[in-house]
Design a protein around this ligand. Sequence first.
Ligand SMILES: [Zn+2]
Length: 343
Amino acid sequence: MSETQIHSTVDLAATATGKQCGHLSIPYSHNLGGWANLPVPICVIRNGAGPAVLLMAGNHGDEYPGQVAIQRLWRQLTPDDVAGTLILMPCLNPPAAKASTRLSPLDGRNFNRCFPGNPNGSVSEMLAHYLTTVLFPMSEYVIDLHTGGRSMGFLPCAHMHLVPDLRQRERMRRAAEAFLTEVTFLYADVAGTGLLPTEAERQGKIVITTEMGGAEMVPAGIHRQCQAGLRNVLVHCGVLRGKELARAEAGLGPARWVQSLDRADYRFAPESGLYENCVDLGEPVKAGDLLGQVHYIEQPSREPAPVLAHADGLLVANRGPSIVGQGDCVACVAHDVDPSLFA
Ligand SMILES: [Zn+2]
C-alpha cells in the first residue's frame, strides 16, 4: 500500500509530549484552489505512560452532540489531566458538518463506508486510509460518536458489533457500559460495508461507538449525557485521571443490552409518501403493532400503508424527516439480549 499524502501539523511521535493543536491537511484541488488542502482539526495530548485513545466525531457531518462534547474537551483538558495519549478529532468531515449533510459535499462519499481507504483516492478515502494506517495502529481504544443524523432519531445509547474475539468483545462491553446510557445496543451492518468501527475492530482495537439522539439538534439533556458519558469512558480507559463512576452512582441500574442483528429488525418504508411515526423511542412494541404509516399527499382518501413490528421488542430508532422514499429505514426494533452472548 502506498504512502499517505496527508500532512499532520502535530507531531504524533511518542517523544512529543504536552498538548498540541493543529490539523491534518488533505490535498484537495478544486476550481478556486488548485493547490488547496482540506484541514481537519486534530489535538494530541500526551503525558507519560498510559493507553492511547483516539476520540472522534463528525464521521457523518450532520451528527453534532459528539462534535460539541469533543470540542469542549479540546479546550478544557491539559496534559496534567491525561495519563498516556489522547487524540481528539471533533469533526472528521468539516465540509459535511458545515453543510448539515451526512455525506461529504466534496466527493459525495459516506465516510463510514470508505474503509480501509485509499491513499490516492478522494478526500474521504485518503482520510480513511490515514486512520487505518497511522492513527488506528497507534491507538488501543477507538471511540467514534454518532447520532441518527438528519434521517433518524435514536434512543441515546452506546453500541457495538458482536466481534468474534471474546476477550475483545468483553472489553468492548465493559467500555460501552461505562458510557452510562440506560440501553446499550448490539447492531448489525444492514447498509453496506467499509465502516470505520469494522476496520478498527479488525485491528483488535477496543471500539466504543454511540448513537446520541438525532436530527440536527444538540438538545441540552442529550448533550449533558454525551459529555458525562464520554468523560466516564475516558476514565474507564485509563487515559483521563479521575475515578470511574459506577452505574449505580450515576442513578442507573445494570446495563440493559438489546440487539438488532436480524435484517427484519430494520423496518423500511414500503412506499414513498408522508411518514407518521406511531410509536415513540424507547417504547415497548408487540409483534403486529403499528410502528408508523405512509400517507399520500395527493390521495388523502387512500388508506395509509402500514409499517408493522415483526416481533416483540423495544423501539430504538425511528424516522426523522416526514417525507420518505420507498426503502428508507423508518424504524429499528431491538430485543433484550441473553448475557451469555458475551461469555
Ligand atoms: Zn453516523
